[in-house]
Design a protein around this ligand. Structure first.
Ligand code: ADE
Length: 225
């Protein structure tokens, strides 16, 4: 998979890709991530990427020209499955969207800034608009990093144990059950006895019940009943 991220703040985006699972995935050539500084596609001396709003109103608007030039230059190199715009008024990211995008070959992510982008960018280039939650960030960069993390860990071969992504919270619209490790007894706080029983069907059933109960308590909306 190849991800091209268009941003005015590439430096804000580097570090999540230089550590842990994302770095390993890049080093293993399971994913390529490229950053494109929008200012490299400007045509004036000030390297302007935004301007005031037609019709009046507070806040600057990202202009179509540098974005068009950048996306067009990328599309001349290869076909893209998706051109995603990070914006608080997009569809809220969930595991289903992450699963879907993890199967794509080439994806562009455009990070929004200021008041937003000229609507013609959204109309002409964007195939999908994603929000990472109902709050407003200063820009789309942190959202893009969240989206990339959610996608990249799902690419086959990225996680050491292939089954571990399948048992994540949300994969079956259920939250994950409680988990434990050593010591068995810490300050009198004990691990449930059943987990030492060796009765794996019973342990599995317990986990399913716990996952269901946790989902019912915390996120009944996921159960849809
Ligand atoms: N840009 C600003 N706020 C955002 C959000 N909540 N999700 C995605 N991109 C954003």
């Amino acid at each position: 998979m190849r991800i091209d991220i268009i941003t005015v703040l590439p430096e804000l985006l580097q570090s999540p890709f230089n550590a842990s699972i994302l770095k390993r995935a890049i080093d293993a050539d399971l994913v390529e991530v490229h950053f494109h500084n929008l200012r490299d596609y400007t045509s004036d001396n000030y390297k302007s990427i935004d301007d005031t709003q037609f019709g009046g109103g507070a806040g600057m608007v990202m202009m179509i020209e540098p974005i068009d030039k950048c996306i067009t230059a990328l599309k001349e190199q290869r076909d893209y499955d998706e051109v995603i715009f990070m914006t608080p008024d997009g569809v809220t990211l969930n595991q289903g969207i992450a699963n879907h995008l993890s199967l794509k070959e080439n994806v562009i992510i455009l990070c929004g800034h200021y008041k937003g982008v000229d609507q013609r960018v959204r109309d002409q280039f964007i195939t999908r608009e994603i929000s990472i939650g109902d709050y407003v960030l200063s820009g789309g960069e942190l959202g893009a990093a969240v989206l990339c993390d959610a996608i990249i860990r799902l690419i086959p071969g990225v996680l050491g144990n292939e089954t571990s992504a399948l048992t994540d919270s949300f994969q079956d619209n259920l939250l994950a059950p409680p988990i434990y490790t050593r010591p068995r007894d810490y300050k009198g706080w004990k691990v449930p006895e059943l987990l030492f029983s060796g009765n794996f069907p019973k342990i599995e059933k317990w986990r399913e019940e716990q996952a269901y109960q946790r989902t019912k308590d915390r996120r009944p909306d996921l159960l849809g009943d």
